[in-house]
Design a protein around this ligand. Structure first.
Ligand SMILES: [Zn+2]
Length: 114
């Protein structure tokens, strides 16, 4: 049986070579009318890119949430100091605390620790 090996259609940069040269891996997936190795299969490339984008977005959202918590915590501290020093009404402190509690239970909170 004639087992013709297909080569991956992608071109890659290699060390000590000028420009791009064909990927030397065997094409194992046929997509968009061409053969690709597992790494360069367009749908796999897109899936990896999408996953990267989703990860960055999640990290950005997490940073933003942490920043909001920090600023509301600072507001609580400020309100507490105002209350202590100037005997302002407890309502100011309560408002600040409520804002902090709201921020802490904001949706999309993924307090992952790496
Ligand atoms: Zn390849």
């Amino acid at each position: 049986m004639a087992k013709t090996k297909q080569q991956c259609s992608e071109t890659v940069y290699r060390q000590h070579e000028w420009g791009r040269s064909p990927c030397e891996c065997n094409g194992v997936v046929r997509e968009k009318g061409k053969w690709w190795c597992k790494q360069h299969t367009p749908s796999a490339v897109k899936a990896r890119a999408d996953a990267r984008i989703a990860k960055r977005a999640a990290e950005g959202a997490n940073r933003e949430r942490n920043w909001r918590i920090m600023t509301t915590e600072a507001a609580v501290l400020k309100a507490a100091i105002e209350w202590r020093l100037h005997k302002q009404t407890l309502a100011c402190l309560e408002v600040a605390i409520d804002a902090l509690l709201d921020t802490r239970k904001a949706p999309g909170s993924t307090e992952r620790k790496h």
